[in-house]
Design a protein around this ligand. Sequence first.
Ligand code: ADP
Ligand code: GLC
Length: 491
Amino acid sequence: MNILLTAAEVFPFAKTGGLGDVCGSLPKEWEKLGHNVIVVMPKYANIDTAKFNIQPTDIVVPVPMDYWTEYTRLWRGTLPGSNVPVFFLENAEYYGRLGIYGDPEGFWDNDRRFIFLCRAVFEVASVLDFTPDVVMANDWHTAFTMPMLRIRYRFTERFARTAGVFAIHNMAFQGHMDPRRALPMAGFTMSEFYKGSWFESYGVVNSMQVALWFADKIVTVSPRYASEIRYTSAGYGLQSIVDARGSDFLGILNGIDENEWNPETDPRIYGNYSRENLDGKMFNKYAFLKSFGVTDEEMQEDMPIIGMVTRLTDQKGIPLVEQALERILSNYPVRFTILGSGGERYEKFFRYIGAKYGHRALVTIGYNDDLAHKIEAASDIFLMPSLFEPCGLNQMYSLKYGTVPVVRAVGGLADTVREYNYSTGEGNGFVFYDYDTTDMGWALHRAISGYFDKPNWIRIAKNGMAENNSAVQSAERYLEVFRWAKEKIRY
Ligand code: ADP
Ligand code: GLC
């Protein structure tokens, strides 16, 4: 199959969260399974072209926008560890600035930056003479590819048999746009915007909604999240539309890229280890604590490390941590470490905790790929108390690294983590249900007590390490969906 994937984030070139991880790993797996894959994404100013050997080509692609035409030079790179070509769109005006989205508020012209990406996808495919069987788009940024395909490009020879598959990674961001700007730029007209039309939602354009109506098949990133956004307020107002598309909609659990995340081979951690040799994990803990200046005397006391690597936002349950952390640090012999960035209030809070608790609370504010791996390897317990979590990758990384997850049972967390059962020896972590500090506190209590019960603790960790959450399986399931989508548009 010829597959074209487009997204705002693709690891290792550009990433703020799991969207990048998933869009960086699926194409490699599809290629290994014998498919022809290309990736199209913006050439953001932050992308390290020298490091990844991304070269300019002499291909300049005209991209129609509204009544004018814009141009983009293609740069070409390859997804590391594969031969998958990645085409980067050069456009100084849109992507020449620092940042992917311009967080926290978002760049004022994100509508235009991403509609340009969507239109360019088809024009680039044409210029490259690539005829996709499937265009797979991800989240609101690339959502407009779906109506463009369905209403416009499918009536051209090249895309007549191209199916559109849309993946929802996070329903909380829907891409609201002013119709007077967005529709003409995307190649539609205001006459298509009226109450109840595909494009209209509470007086504005809702990109996510548009993709939901026009995609041939819709996927979200875990089975549990699929029911949550269809039947509960986790759909952020789009439940009824997800439900209306129910027969074309399903959840596929994300997988992890084991070339990047595997304690046996990971070059970013202090020492490699495996399920059979967990001593190596102890060494990571030791070296990690050393790197923060924790002395050997301090390390005499055996304390579990509770780790977090996260965007500091409400989605991730940071308010619960904010309320409970000092109590936990006072009541239990534990250390806490966090790597994160995001909300200013939360950054301040964790800086304060870091300053107050010294070597008991090791705080790093910022974004750091290497440190994320080191924390996974060094921590004993990994905390994810999310308010909602479409899939979550860190709990799967934790399982793989023998770091016991403590999670709230939502979305992909509920699909991947099971409470340890002391009588049967089954389960791979600790789970709580209510979004409050009492329930989270009890789950942490169970985990911390578990840590001091070594035979059981080793069992929990090993159960986690034996899980198979690799991206290979999710890649295969996507291919199945691609075949259904192709079947659907056969006429
Ligand atoms: P989300 O996409 O909602 O942020 P996921 O759990 O799916 O959540 O993915 C988060 C990804 O981003 C993981 O690969 C995680 O390691 C990474 N990550 C999050 N915050 C940071 C940070 N501050 N530094 C480095 N990596 C981070
Ligand atoms: C989103 C979600 C996260 C998911 C990731 C990859 O960022 O918040 O839960 O794992 O996308 O699909």
